[in-house]
Write a protein that binds this ligand. Sequence first.
Ligand SMILES: [Ca+2]
Ligand SMILES: [Ca+2]
Length: 220
Amino acid sequence: MSTITFPLLLQAGNIRGSHGTHTLLVADREGIIRHIGRGASGLGAAAERIRELLTVAPPAISLPTPSLDFGDDVPAGETRTVTLVLKNTGGEDLSITNLASDLEGVTFSLTELMVAPGDSATVDITFTPSEGGPFSGTITISSDDPENSSVSVAISGTAIVVPVNPRADFDNDGEIGFSDFIAFAQAFSTDNATFDLDGSGLVDFPDFLEFAKNFGKSVP
Ligand SMILES: [Ca+2]
Ligand SMILES: [Ca+2]
């Protein structure tokens, strides 16, 4: 018979003589019974079960989403956010020590965090494309996972350039701004053709939507 020391609850009340044999229960720290065996021949199996319970798995990073898509319609100059999920499938706390990207301008809501065993955490990743066209890169995540100290996630998307409607610059100062909005508001519900951007014969809500799409932009 081997002898081992273990900080587990052995439910003494459940070890009893029964026709010359014993029932062996192995319970974990929470008191959940993990093994039931009988007699001396069951000791080896019980000891093996105890060893398994005592072995704490190291932290293990897992990425439920292998790639992140910002979408194919990110307006150039506007910020888009996607969420990265980080999971710890190990048995000890996972320490994320850094997040970085090779795509310039990518920012993270967090670059250091702890994830408890079995838990998930999220990090918001934002990007503001400066011009139209596809973009892609890699997010690299460093952690104390002994087997995967560096893992990566592909990111991609496509930026679009929304053309400016120069007609929305009603005062022709090169910017579609607040002064244009005031002028538009004053012309609302009239038939003033300058402000009737869709040519419907009336300055109305569809014209406002067209104006709003262009608000804040410069006229080239
Ligand atoms: Ca203007
Ligand atoms: Ca109209």
